[in-house]
Design a protein around this ligand. Structure first.
Ligand code: ADP
Ligand code: MG
Length: 273
């Protein structure tokens, strides 16, 4: 078998690459696929924290590369999904501890045993980025609807276009706030997609539940009631080839919101009469 190797990248830091990696990885595993997540953010590892696996790490990616252990020994099984495992980043200061050739060797081995190999990329467009994309043939570009993130996503798309091994890439728009789009304080999803001329694979709302889930070490896809969790689940379904419409994330969540929407509807009806 040959699994798919997908890199989650962005250019700008803090836009949600690690959150996306943890959630898509968990979602694909929940759908019955075997998945391995590789954290290539050397020195700043945090994919382990998001999965609540930080105390279970014995060996890291650097240990595998430097042959201190076998690849299998470094794979940490997720607590929730037996189909999911993590190859953690080392906390060494030396960011060049792993190179493109070494990571490619690892992904080549892993894709023989796993349906999906997801690579969480560090921020920036330098060596760490080139290393992270080396073994991948697909990419997900994460951005938020902010100018600085969009500009960096644009540069990343240029680099992905030029990268030999990357056959396709899609856009994931994170931290979308419909209320701000309505008041024109945030760029709309359509404009963003047009600007980057990149097909979207996910639209994830801003959700405080993501912060609490991060602190609990449990990805939000495990919470079926969460809108962000459902949006991430849908990303996994699209990766799997399903044609899934985008969620309506513009739902008033609280009772006050519902009441306001009700009265504004009544007002509108009044005007029309
Ligand atoms: P990156 O890996 O790109 O640096 P992270 O995934 O670590 O970004 O996310 C950065 C911060 O943003 C984290 O504190 C995370 O909890 C928060 N965050 C990410 N996505 C969302 C979202 N949709 N809603 C709210 N907070 C989010
Ligand atoms: Mg990260």
């Amino acid at each position: 078998m040959t699994g798919r190797v997908i890199v989650i990248t962005s250019g700008k830091g803090g836009v949600g690459k690690t959150t996306t990696s943890a959630n898509i990885g968990s979602a694909l595993a929940k759908r019955g696929h075997s998945v391995v997540l590789i954290d290539t953010d050397i020195g700043l590892r945090n994919l382990d924290l998001l999965l609540g696996l930080e105390n279970r790490i014995v060996y890291t990616l650097v240990d595998v590369v430097e042959e201190r252990c076998k690849l299998k020994q470094a794979l940490v099984k997720d607590k929730k999904n037996p189909n999911l495992c993590l190859l953690a980043a080392a906390q060494t200061r030396d960011k060049s501890a792993v190179n493109a050739e070494q990571i490619t060797k690892i992904t080549e081995k892993l894709k023989k045993d796993y349906d999906y190999v997801l690579i969480d990329c560090p921020a920036g467009i330098e060596q760490g980025f080139q290393t992270a994309i080396a073994g991948a043939s697909e990419a997900i570009v994460v951005t938020t609807p902010e100018m600085s993130a969009i500009r960096d996503a644009d540069r990343i798309i240029g680099l992905l276009e030029a990268a030999e091994g990357i056959e396709s890439y899609k856009l994931l728009i994170n931290r979308v706030r419909p209320a701000m789009i309505r008041t024109k304080d945030m760029i709309s999803v359509e404009t963003l997609v047009d600007t980057l001329s990149c097909q979207p694979i996910g639209i994830i709302p801003e959700d405080t539940g993501i912060i609490t889930s991060t602190n609990r070490g449990e990805p939000i896809v495990n919470d079926e009631k969460s809108l962000a969790g459902q949006a991430y689940m849908n990303v996994a379904r699209r990766i799997d080839g399903e044609d899934v419409p985008f969620l309506d994330i513009d739902k008033p969540k609280d009772l006050m919101g519902k009441i306001k929407k009700f009265f504004s509807g009544l007002k509108k009806q009044g005007k029309e009469q």
